[in-house]
Write a protein that binds this ligand. Sequence first.
Ligand code: SF4
Length: 211
Amino acid sequence: MVLKKFIESLSDKYLNSYTEGFNYSTDYELIIKLILSPRASEHKVEFLGNLIVSSYKDYKSLAMAPLDDIENIIRPVGFFNQKAIRLKRAAFYISSTLDNKIPNTTYELMKIPGIGVKSARKYLSLRSNTEEIIIDTHFKRVLKRLNFISSNSKNSEIENWFKGLISKNIHSRSSNLISYFGKKICLNNKPKCDLCQYKRFCNFFSSVHNR
Ligand code: SF4
């Protein structure tokens, strides 16, 4: 299968839903959900992120909130102590240093406490169709199973290969679509192969069904 065709086919099917898991209407809401998201289910990020937004209306009020109160709200999410500190520090940094304006480069975004390279790229890819490629575990799992990359491919190699084949104006959208397919269909433990139209290209499927 050709990568470009694979992405076109994902786009036909999932373009209207691939940002699921990050429902947001403001930058504030998206930043909060990105900080909550590492190692957390989409459902918890969505629910607890909305609770934070409804409890503290902006960065300044979140920055001023007692740490205990933030911890109590986000307690069901993994690493809630660390994430509460990050939320408070990020809110303080954005309201005091950035004057509530979120930057539009990976480098500047990563200065916000709690925003690492993946979150920065995710932010940029969701807010605008940038040239950034989001290489996460879902993205890599799908590409490995479909024989596009090998299990020992490095991120830098994957990035160069991908950029060589896909137009830069759709880099972020394409990588988000692949990642979305990995989260919804090509799951790590129990992929929903019965719903998948790419079985005949798949290593994993043939290894399981040819035993
Ligand atoms: S056949 Fe199954 S394992 Fe292979 S790509 Fe499709 S969902 Fe993933």
